[in-house]
Ligand binder design. Structure first.
Ligand code: KIV
Ligand code: ZN
Length: 515
């Protein structure tokens, strides 16, 4: 018996971007979208065009380059949102508008200040407006997980009658429990009279750590689209992790009556790309993509795996695209070898200029670090793009003095909008001294909320990848930088965070305020 298709709707570029500090530039979004397309994701939610001009342009840029996946834009159930979303997806081969309005008693009365009948009317009107731009229309009753099922049935029936082709049921606040959420999906599919005219989808948040379990329970009860993000990125505790959903369904085909069309060997690539661009490191014990996910520490396990892999492994590392960390290039590698390996990693360059810049950075790195791994190459591209895009402040030079018994001292030269400025500062360590010196020049007044260093590969010559979280006037920005010298990597990260603050525009949050 042939199985149903489970549609994978990735919202890394929209809900994922709503993680505090995870905002991405249009170029970064295009890079991630290309990797998602390469992985054969069915629908890519590229952003919320009404949020800002930057968001609008980013969705449009994704819609222009993506050919094989559907490109989706989010819109509140509001004329200006829908018009903006419709314009942004115009260049797409296949474009979708995803419109939503809250249906839970608390959201309707406290946030929207609308009666249930007004909400229903607005939901139907939104679908009608979206029809002007596309026939592929998704509707979400926001906070469905806390909504009255009878009211949900009324709204869903009405929007399907108006032309909605996908009905997405969000557990917006991550409140549901798997058996309950599965039962809700079953109930809706049975009770909505025209349910067979739409695909039912789910969108689960991870506040109780149940996003993946709830999504899978929904799939077992008839949902045929799952909304998810790479590495589980997303608002608050995040969304359901794409890699966990896809591998659970693929690995347990004895349980699921459906499968995805994904090329799972692209999972590691996407995971590294998203973590590199956002600066959100993946915890080592994270399922599927964590550094330890396929590592066997205990002697008993190692013995078992050597005798027969299946004793302790339920998936093959190569099926998720885990590289064996083999050396791929070194300082004698030429431009052709470099270009070929980049192509194998699905990293394409938009111009010769970009290729030349990354290649020049590769040569500099290869002089410092003799063995260049895939992870180094991915970090190089992220690093080069980061520097290219945020040019208000540039690191010109840094000299730090750190000695036992002495207070560390840093001397820094920055180029600020074309003008070179120097400062010197002491600190509790070389990183602290460098940050103090930057502050002497920029006077940004940011608060450093998080500082983390991860090694990109193994060994003491590995590049350190640094993430800083900076807070200014209630807004949070993540900066990241990579270098074999972690003090320089830290300084690059801090400068990158400051540049993001400078480039930031005021954006509207999709779930903020009334209509
Ligand atoms: O969590 C949520 O409810 C959302 C909607 C916009 C679908 O992100
Ligand atoms: Zn969400």
């Amino acid at each position: 018996m042939s199985k149903d298709k489970l549609i994978i709707f990735d919202t890394t570029l929209r809900d994922g971007e709503q993680s505090p500090g995870a905002s991405m530039t249009a170029d970064e979004k295009v890079r991630i979208a290309k990797a998602l397309e390469q992985m054969r994701v069915d629908v890519i939610e590229a952003g919320f065009p009404i949020a800002s001009n930057g968001d609008f342009e980013a969705v449009k840029a994704v819609a222009k380059v993506i050919k094989d996946s559907t490109v989706c834009a989010l819109a509140r159930a509001k004329q200006i949102d829908i018009d903006r979303a419709g314009e942004a997806i115009k260049p797409a081969n296949s474009g979708r508008i995803h419109t939503f309005i809250a249906t839970s008693p608390i959201h309707m009365s406290q946030k929207l200040r609308l009666s249930p009948d007004q909400v229903l009317e607005q939901a139907v009107a939104a679908v009608r407006m979206a029809k002007k731009y596309t026939t592929d229309i998704e509707f979400s009753p926001e906070d469905a997980g806390r909504s009255d099922p009878d009211f949900l049935c009324r709204v869903i029936e009405a929007v399907i009658r108006e032309g909605a082709t996908t009905i997405n049921i969000p557990d917006t606040v991550g409140y549901n429990i798997p058996y309950q959420f599965g039962a809700l999906i079953k109930d809706l599919l049975e009770r909505v009279p025209n349910a067979e005219k739409a695909i039912f989808s789910v969108h689960c948040h991870n506040d109780l750590g149940l996003a993946v379990a709830n999504s899978l329970s929904a799939v077992l009860n008839g949902a045929r689209q799952v909304e998810c993000t790479i590495n589980g990125l997303g608002e608050r505790a995040g969304n359901a992790a794409l890699e966990e959903i896809v591998m659970a369904v693929r690995t347990r085909q004895d349980v699921f009556n459906c499968d995805t069309n994904l090329d799972t060997t692209q999972i590691m690539n996407c995971s590294r790309l998203v973590s590199g661009i956002t600066g959100f490191a993946v915890q080592p014990n994270k399922a599927i993509v964590g550094a330890n996910a396929f590592a066997h520490e205990s002697g008993i396990h190692q013995d078992g795996v050597l005798k027969s892999r299946e004793t302790y492994e339920i998936m093959r590392a190569q099926d998720v695209g885990l590289s064996t960390n083999k050396i791929v290039l070194g300082k004698h590698s030429g431009r052709n070898a470099f270009k070929t390996r980049m192509a194998e990693l699905n990293i394409a360059f938009d111009s010769e200029k970009e290729l030349n810049e990354v290649f020049a950075n590769f040569k500099t790195l290869a002089d410092k670090k003799h063995e260049i791994f895939d992870e180094d190459l991915q970090a190089l591209v992220t690093e080069t793009n980061t520097v290219q895009m945020n040019e208000s402040i540039k690191l010109v030079s840094l000299s730090v003095c750190s000695e036992t018994g002495e207070t560390p001292n840093a001397r820094i030269t920055l180029n600020v909008d074309g003008e070179e400025k120097q400062a010197q500062a002491k600190g509790s360590g070389p990183v602290d001294a460098s940050f103090q010196a930057i502050e002497k020049i920029t006077n940004s007044g940011v608060e450093l909320q998080l500082y983390s260093v991860n090694n990109i590969t193994t060994g003491t010559d590995s590049q350190g990848e640094v993430t800083v979280r900076l807070q200014l006037n209630g807004s949070i920005f993540n900066g990241h930088g990579a270098d074999t010298d972690i003090v320089i990597a830290s300084t690059k990260a801090y400068v990158n965070g400051l540049n993001k603050i400078i480039a930031n525009q005021k954006r509207t949050h999709p779930q903020m305020g009334g209509l």
